[in-house]
Design a protein around this ligand. Structure first.
Ligand SMILES: Nc1ncnc2c1ncn2[C@@H]1O[C@H](COP(=O)(O)OP(=O)(O)O)[C@@H](O)[C@H]1O
Ligand SMILES: [Mg+2]
Length: 218
């Protein structure tokens, strides 16, 4: 689905990614572990077409992204890629339902169908009770679960989750990982997840360590 070949990225004179190679195949659950500052966010931004490498090649569905303009990139992101960020990024003035609806509204889907799809997802993941709550009234764990559902509402092919558990306690991390596993196994969405935890047991099909600008099998 997404392939990186000899990807390099520097900021000023810091070489963050020196030579990264990765093939993300359909149905996989890939984990990327690395210390803070190792380049995990940089890597996910490149995988999600939010940023370009300085060198090497990025291919999405077999196509070199160098030739794509901003509109084409946005379109790929909107239709194929879901993001979950480290810090909750729900919009505070919108309810859970409205937050999850947002990507559907951006995709031009009408209000009635949006409501139906969001209700169905909330039910599937046993979160119906949260539908009309504002983000401020949710626990951190609940917010991340809502963010995960919002990330899949457009039926993306792949979810990029950047340290989604790093601000959660053990129990909520566990619940979020169960939700992501369900998204991966039952909804058939490919997952790439980063974590600073080098030892945490993960439901990954492939487990990598990002160190000194390179990805190595963990
Ligand atoms: N936009 C930027 N400008 C300058 N330096 C950056 C920028 N983004 C990241 N960096 C630097 O690149 C390194 C890797 O950052 P990042 O990818 O955020 O690591 P991680 O997500 O693993 O903590 C860090 O040293 C960070 O300070
Ligand atoms: Mg980061």
């Amino acid at each position: 689905m997404i392939e990186l070949y000899n990807v390099r990225k520097s900021y000023g004179n810091i070489e963050v990614l020196k030579d990264v190679n990765l093939k993300v195949r359909e149905g996989e659950f890939i984990s990327v572990r690395g210390k803070s500052g190792a380049g995990k966010t940089t890597l996910l931004k490149i995988l999600g077409l939010l940023d370009d490498p300085d060198g090497g090649e990025v291919r999405v569905f077999g196509k070199d992204v160098k030739g794509l303009n901003d509109d084409e990139r946005s379109s790929i992101r909107l239709h194929y890629i879901g993001f979950i960020f480290q810090f909750f990024n729900l919009i505070p003035s919108l309810t859970v339902m409205e937050n999850i609806e947002l990507p559907l509204a951006l995709a031009g889907i009408g209000k009635q169908e949006r409501r139906l799809r969001v209700q169905e997802l909330l039910k599937y993941f046993n979160l119906t009770g949260l539908a009309h709550r504002l983000p401020d009234t949710l626990s951190g764990g609940e917010r991340q679960r809502v963010a995960a559902i919002r990330a899949i509402v457009n039926n993306p092919k792949i979810i990029l989750a950047d340290e989604p558990t790093s601000s959660l306690d053990n129990e909520n991390s566990q619940l979020l990982m169960e939700l992501l596993t369900k998204i991966n196994r039952e909804k058939r969405v490919t997952v790439v997840l980063t974590t600073t935890d080098l030892y945490e047991k993960l439901p990954a099909t492939r487990d990598y360590l990002l160190m000194e600008g390179r990805l190595i099998e963990h």
